[in-house]
Ligand binder design. Structure first.
Ligand SMILES: Cc1cc2nc3c(=O)[nH]c(=O)nc-3n(C[C@H](O)[C@H](O)[C@H](O)COP(=O)(O)O)c2cc1C
Length: 202
């Protein structure tokens, strides 16, 4: 088993794009605080509609077992089985309305997604791995963290080091981490002229 699972690109891209992947086998080590802050710094610099920066995070480090267990309990069980080995967990939240005039921000989840994409790539650049989860218990998160109305929990994020060898309890997860990474071709989702007409360069 390797902690490297590079994608194969058709065209040249920044190395972190191909080196980023979502492991199921984390190595149970904490994430150094300075690296965690670097990853969070990356979220600050994401673009957002009206520069609203509608992203918010709740963070639980492995070094604080009570906080870590509380957040782990907010994931669906299928995610808890592997995410418990991560070094830190985050809940990602977006704010529904603009701060400057209170009107709905149609891009709030989109902007949060960009911030998390930046976090993921920064994590990759410093040797960490990120695994995002939509499989979370929304009502439990709202209750446990007293998330106010107008703020929407969207995902949880496991961050840590990918294991090079499976740890006890991870035997059943190895197959997922060794599976080939697949992607659509650009022509399947980039169109020109009409929807469904693949874009081609001249
Ligand atoms: C918004 C989002 C939600 C996801 N939810 C889950 C999840 O609940 N459980 C899980 O095991 N993986 C989840 N994933 C991970 C995806 O399955 C993974 O990113 C995808 O298979 C591509 O693999 P890669 O990230 O290794 O390239 C999620 C990813 C994203 C971006």
């Amino acid at each position: 088993m390797s902690h490297v699972k590079k994608g194969e690109s058709d065209y040249s891209v920044m190395p972190e794009m191909l080196e980023r992947w979502s492991p199921y086998c984390f190595d149970d080590q904490p994430v150094p605080g300075d690296l965690l802050l670097q990853c969070l710094e990356a979220t600050r610099w994401a673009a957002s509609s009206y520069n609203e920066q509608p992203w918010y995070f709740v963070l639980a480090e492995k070094s604080n077992p009570a906080a870590f267990e509380k957040m782990l309990g907010c994931l669906l069980e299928a995610n808890q089985v592997w995410a418990k080995f991560a070094g830190a967990l985050l809940i990602a939240v977006s704010k529904e309305n603009f701060s400057h005039n209170g009107t709905p921000n149609r891009a709030h989840a989109y902007d949060l997604g960009q911030a998390v994409a930046q976090l993921s790539l920064q994590a990759t650049a410093v040797g960490l791995h990120v695994h995002q989860m939509a499989g979370i218990n929304l009502s439990r998160i709202r209750q446990e963290y007293a998330i106010p109305d107008g703020y929407v929990p969207q995902t949880a994020i496991a961050i840590g080091y990918a294991a090079t060898e499976p740890m006890p309890g991870q035997e059943g997860l190895v197959g997922r981490d060794t599976k080939a990474r697949t992607r659509k071709k650009i022509a399947e989702y980039v169109f020109s002229d009409k929807w469904g007409t693949s874009f081609t360069t001249k």
